[in-house]
Ligand binder design. Sequence first.
Ligand code: ATP
Length: 367
Amino acid sequence: MATIGLRSISKVFPGGSIALDQVDLDVADGELMVLVGPSGCGKSTLLRIIAGLEEPTSGTLYLDDTDATNLTPQQRQVAMVFQNFALYPHMTAAGNIGFPLRASGLPPDERDELVVESAAALGLQELLGRWPNQMSGGQRQRVAMGRALVRDPQLLLLDEPLSNLDSGLRSELRAEISSTIRSSGITTVYVTHDQTEALTLADRIAVMRGGCIEDIGTPGRVYDKPATMFVASFLGTPRINLLEAWVWNTVDSHVSLRIGEQTIALPWQDPRARQLAHYHGERVVVGIRAEALLSAAEPVADCTLRGQVQYLEHHGHESLAFVDIGAVGIEVDLAPPPRTPPATKLKQFRQRPLTAMRGVWKRVSGT
Ligand code: ATP
């Protein structure tokens, strides 16, 4: 397989649009790296540069530690799956899967063997004679995966491969894609704007914004300890609660945090107190995930946010409470799983400590 190294890659399109701004990225052998970020942040451009479909304005691309910046797409041994699957309408599933082998010089019977093998791995044996217009979206997507993998490429690049499918099929195929990629052990870069897809699929996630990578790490790390406020709010449903606060007192035993009219005191032994102490006297924004607000085992004195429940929203597997804490409304996830009825949990909410802080960022006006 292969490794990818991007060094200071920039891309400026004619007209001055800066799609990528000095991006550095390393993808390990066999790793599944997901690039995620809002529309226009540069994900597809980065993928196309790795594929050789777009030239960087500056910077160097390494494949297996060899400078590949000027190699043709064919020389890179890269396979790509696009959002629209891009199947040839005049070819059957077998024709589509076998297409990349045509130029390989393999005898037809060996090509057919590879096509059947590839189709079997994706559960497509029964569909080999069908035309694209006789297949469902999910089946077409599988054929596109088969076509990508049949040549045994060094790298697999996927650009929003599930975005044209409905949500049920998306989660089914997400699991399939994940298992296909993992069983082949192929180095993969997967582009999506869907944060759930990113969190569930990735070995590591690179969160992009404005042509830069803002954070990179395992799904658990970027979710629990996001590097920036943008990353915190981009990942996770419901969105993280971002509360304006003031670190107004640091004494031997605790750090006091003022949120609206309320003050909470985090005991010094709590690592988050030491994090907050760096911002003594400053205005900050603290991030608290909705599902973490009710998770503490025991209430801690002076460390409780009090609020009034505005309304409840039931989502089947979870219930959300919208709580007015004076300065701002926050969302509290009452799952998982609601062993105690929500009403009982809400009574307890008053007594719960603020143990759920996921990040703190200095308040800069306009951000
Ligand atoms: P999406 O999720 O909507 O596909 P993206 O994150 O993949 O977005 P890119 O398609 O990489 O973003 O585009 C990054 C930026 O570069 C955008 O501002 C886009 O308008 C611009 N851009 C992309 N391709 C071109 C082009 N051929 N010419 C000029 N500008 C371009």
